[in-house]
Design a protein around this ligand. Structure first.
Ligand SMILES: *[C@@H]1O[C@H](CO)[C@@H](O)[C@H](O)[C@H]1NC(C)=O
Ligand SMILES: *[C@@H]1O[C@H](CO)[C@@H](O)[C@H](O)[C@H]1NC(C)=O
Length: 451
């Protein structure tokens, strides 16, 4: 029995090893990489004028961070009637997957967007997926179309037919660009294929992808390592927007998130930062108390999808006010931001410029608008992204260190308090109006009778 167990363990070990070794990775040591653009959330059926600005930025590499197309079908909000999509009485899901041929036609539409075609001709385009191009809103490992849809994404990205990435479970991969001593590594995670249900505090990456990631991070050092995650890594917006609404993020999987930070710390890798998408606004966040040096997460979302578009333009100021009013502990606030909130709820893309001649090497990372103008940005020197001997410990409250869930509850829930307060006022006003109307009517009626 013991023998069989041992043999099994060896076989499993070897298979895992083969799978990990087989994972895709790409290397180009000829070209120094100094201009990278990234973006997410592009509706293939909507006009995409932002490619103009991205082409003008002239990136050598463009990174898709997911929702590269909207593949699923969204039913309208319906509280009453036959097909109800919200409320406790709902009887159909709000989102449903579309057919294979519909997915294919949406990808074709996206690929033939004129500005994007021009970009593809000049820049190397790489990417990962998020829920809507995976095939279904908020879907994880249970989603049955994932194998077919993996092929569709890899076709969209022109992944070679013999690439190991077409044979593995999930689309995670890595790239190394630049000559020795000036290398940039780009690691793209798959946050869908192996993800456990939301609120399970289970896994996002799955064991196989974790082993692969460990190998990638412990591998040969590079000056810069960019980790692309479709969902935000550092901001935990749900902690301050709940119970009104919740967003997907690494913060919703606290154990998994700690494992990620611990892995970066354990491998001793310097120069790591994150880029992300998903949320339909742009922001830059920073967390000082995870690894031995500040962790940045630059979020650009979306190329077409943006929170301010949800309401007519005269009401955009309300969206901006709410963005400013919602508390946060990790966002990088700077007077250079376009708006006070330092978030940007209109279409945007991310732009990274590396100055290899500066000593130490510096990076300018910006979220840019549809005209290519910065709306938020940071300049980071690589010497800042190096482990310090003394790690910072969380004090009573420290910006870029205390988690959102540590905020006093009046602060943490002030958005919900404000919304419920306004709703109550509106309701009272409505009741008052009805009562007044009834009173006026009865007075009128009795007067009529007397007359
Ligand atoms: C995409 O754009 C089309 C055309 O403007 C619109 O009808 C559709 O609702 C949009 N889809 C999403 C997911 O925003
Ligand atoms: C993020 O917020 C959610 C919702 O409040 C909470 O359950 C979770 O623990 C938070 N995660 C972290 C890392 O603080």
């Amino acid at each position: 029995m013991e023998e069989i167990k041992k043999m099994l363990a060896v076989v499993v070990g070897i298979t895992t090893q083969l799978l990990i070794v087989g994972a895709a990775s790409y290397s180009d040591s000829d070209h120094l990489l100094s201009r990278i653009a990234f973006g997410s959330c592009a509706n293939q059926s909507a006009p995409q004028p932002i490619w103009e600005a991205i082409n003008k930025f002239d990136p050598q590499v463009f990174i898709w961070l997911g929702d590269n197309i909207y593949g699923d079908i969204r039913r309208p909000f319906k509280i009453i009637g036959k097909e109800r999509t919200i409320g406790p009485w709902k009887n159909v899901p709000r989102f449903i997957p579309s057919s294979h041929s519909e997915m294919l036609s949406r990808y074709n539409m996206a690929k033939n967007t004129p500005g994007y075609s021009r970009l593809r001709a000049k820049a190397k385009v790489i990417g990962t997926w998020d829920d809507h191009d995976y095939g279904l809103n908020d879907a994880g490992k249970e989603f049955s179309e994932k194998i077919t849809n993996q092929r569709l994404l890899l076709d969209f990205l022109d992944e070679p037919q013999d690439s190991p990435r077409r044979k593995q479970a999930g689309v995670y991969t890595s790239y190394t660009f630049g000559p020795h001593g000036k290398q940039v590594k780009i690691i793209l995670l798959d946050t869908r294929y192996h993800r456990d249900p939301l609120s399970s505090d289970g896994s996002i990456l799955g064991e196989l992808q974790w082993s692969w990631l460990r190998k990638e991070l412990s591998g040969p050092p590079t000056s810069i390592t960019i980790i692309g995650s479709s969902i935000q890594v550092i901001s935990n917006l749900s902690a301050t927007t709940g119970p009104l609404f919740y967003m997907e993020s690494w913060g919703r999987f606290p154990k998994e998130r700690n494992r990620l930070f611990k892995l970066i710390a354990d491998t001793g890798r310097d120069g790591v930062f994150f880029i992300s998408g998903d949320v339909h606004f742009g922001e830059i966040t920073r967390y000082d108390c995870a690894v031995g040096y500040p962790q940045y997460d630059i979020t650009s979302s979306g190329l077409t999808q943006a929170v301010e578009k949800v309401v007519p333009s005269p009401f955009h100021f309300i969206v901006r006010f709410l963005a400013w009013f919602t508390p946060n502990t990790m966002r990088v606030m700077s007077h250079n931001c376009r708006y006070r909130s330092c978030t940007y709820g209109e279409p945007n893309f991310g732009a990274i410029e590396i100055d290899w001649d500066a000593v130490p090497v510096t990076m300018k990372i910006q979220v840019r608008d549809i005209n290519g103008l910065p709306v938020a940005g940071i300049d980071i020197s690589l010497s800042e992204l190096q482990a310090q001997s003394s790690t910072i410990k969380a004090g009573p409250y420290r910006r870029h260190c205390s988690l959102e869930v540590m905020l006093p509850w009046v602060v943490r829930y002030r958005l919900a308090i404000l919304v419920y307060f306004v709703l109550t006022l509106l309701l009272l006003a409505l009741v008052g109006l009805i009562v007044a109307a009834i009173l006026v009517c009865t007075v009128c009626l009795s007067k009529c009778k007397i007359d």
